[in-house]
Design a protein around this ligand. Structure first.
Ligand code: NAD
Length: 477
């Protein structure tokens, strides 16, 4: 990784090349604003070339022995492992995360490659019970074809890898468009790993660029068999609307307004300690961050005091110093969104500032808001910043009712009674709910493949006595 052909180039058909526009953007270290690299501003012409290369490469890639594809994945993992320290530092500088977050990102990516390599060589189908005598029914797993992958800036490497690794393992080829705020750790490094691993030309392509210039042409490309998009609801909605016009397959992983419910019998200190992770990890910029804390009145004052005390003890600054728990927000746009569209209007509507609410540059103090009510932006919006808004309710039923009705990925409920917690979890409309925990199911081991389809195969084992269908009441043969 010493010479960097990839800086200012796109990676298409196994080679680094300038983008069609020839233009480049600058990559900044988020904590200091220092320039740490650049990236090619790809556009529709680069996307077309990348999709064409992926299409050409796909049949031969799928035809390889699964163990051969697994070998390529392991070599990619080996490359990332060999450059582990360098990549952790790059992630810290490019995303603004602390070391633990960066290590999680790189190590999860490495594990994802290893897991996908194993999955590729596992059982690839089933023998099914035949629907009538004399038939043999099989199903086998086959790749979808060419997959477009668009990723966000918060965990750029492992959110790319959770799609790229299983998709490659099962015989698909890829065009990746990483976020423009993190094109190195989210794009260039992965292309370097693929190049180093010797992946056949066209199997893995990276087109850097911004959302409208490179993302949109990829999102609406007719040459894809699936678009895998991770990002905001706003962009996801636009992609879904476009895909609906000609039923293009898309998979959307979007944001949510996740809830953290504290019931009357909760261990308040345990809940407050988990709230730090749930709402403040990576400055609150994760899709599973708790964006609403819904607390039963009996313990509300105690809870607010406990989270404020813990939040005030957290240090904010440059992650490279190793002396901080929170780094900078990703951009001035994100900071202004948090402060001007969420915190300030919520305070103007009657929320009470318990702690925080101030910033220097991109460094935003961990913030606790009390007396938040359901009409306020701090309640209705995904915050994506280090803010804990607390809303008080009187009963468990009210907590459940107030929690539901919003898009949610991961919720938590705190109670001393495990059965009560399980009961509340059942009634919450989230993909995941944790009882007395936060962000627990969070790793390469638990992510979904989903880049294949089932192909059903029926075999008639004995000659048919035609016209047999006349004797079949279901009209089937
Ligand atoms: P974003 O939607 O602004 O951008 C995501 C990606 O889409 C980037 O690569 C961007 O360049 C691209 N993009 C932007 N506009 C586009 C367009 N019109 N057409 C095609 N591509 C376009 O999101 P973000 O700010 O990078 O990320 C934050 C959001 O992502 C949050 O809402 C967060 O909850 C969500 N997220 C979800 C998950 C998940 O697994 N569900 C994981 C991480 C982040």
């Amino acid at each position: 990784m010493t010479s960097r052909p990839a800086d200012s180039h796109v990676y298409i058909d196994g080679a680094w090349r300038p983008s069609a526009s020839g233009q480049v953007g600058v990559v900044e270290e988020k904590a200091t604003g220092a320039r740490i690299g650049c990236y090619a501003l790809g556009d529709a012409r680069d996307v077309d070339a990348a999709v064409a290369a992926a299409r050409t490469a796909q049949p031969a890639w799928a035809a390889l022995a699964a163990s051969d594809r697994a070998g390529y994945l392991r070599r990619m993992a080996g490359y990332l492992q060999d450059h582990y320290e360098e990549l952790v530092t790059l992630s810290m500088r490019e995303t603004g995360g602390v070391r633990a977050k960066a290590e999680d990102e790189v190590s999860t990516s490495i594990r994802q490659l290893g897991i996908s390599a194993v999955q590729a060589t596992e059982n690839a189908g089933d023998i099914l019970p035949p629907y009538k005598a004399g038939k043999l029914s099989l199903s086998r797993v086959v790749p979808l074809g060419v997959i477009g992958v668009i990723t966000p800036w918060n965990y750029p490497m492992n959110l790319a890898m959770r799609a790229v690794a299983p998709a490659l393992a099962f015989g698909n080829t890829i065009v990746l468009k990483p976020a423009e705020l993190t094109p190195m750790i989210g794009g260039r490094v992965l292309a370097e790993a693929a190049h180093h691993a010797g992946l056949p030309a066209g199997v893995f392509n990276v087109v850097t660029g911004d959302g409208t210039g490179a993302g949109w042409p990829l999102a609406e490309h007719r040459g894809l068999d699936l678009l895998d998009f991770t990002g905001s609801r706003e962009v996801g909605l636009a992609i879904a609307a476009s895909a609906a016009t000609d039923l293009r397959p898309v998979r959307l992983e979007l944001g949510g307004d996740n809830a953290f419910v504290v019931l009357h019998d909760a261990d308040v200190e345990l809940a407050a300690s988990c709230a730090m992770i749930a709402s403040l990890e990576f400055q609150g910029q994760t899709c599973i961050s708790s964006s609403r804390h819904i607390v039963v009145r009996e313990v509300a004052d105690q809870y607010i005091a406990a989270v404020a005390r813990r939040a005030e003890a957290l240090r904010v600054g440059d992650p490279l110093t190793g002396q901080v728990e929170l780094g900078p927000l990703i951009s001035t746009g994100q900071r202004d969104r948090v402060h001007r569209t969420i915190v300030e209007p919520s305070l103007a509507m009657g929320a009470r500032l318990v702690t925080g609410g101030t910033y220097e540059g991109l460094f935003y103090r961990p913030t606790v808001l009390a007396e938040v009510t359901p009409g306020m932006p701090a309640f209705t919006e995904e915050i994506f910043g280090p803010v804990i808004p607390v809303t008080v309710v009187d009963t468990e039923e009210e907590a459940v009712a107030l929690t539901n009705g919003y898009p949610m990925l991961m919720n938590s409920v705190f109670t001393a009674d495990l059965m009560r917690g399980m009961g509340v979890a059942e009634r919450l409309q989230a993909g995941e709910v944790h009882v007395n925990d936060a962000h627990a199911r969070h790793g390469a081991e638990n992510q979904m493949p989903g880049f294949t389809r089932r192909q059903w195969i029926g075999v008639q084992r004995t000659p048919l006595d035609l016209p047999s269908w006349t004797a079949d009441p279901a009209g089937r043969r």
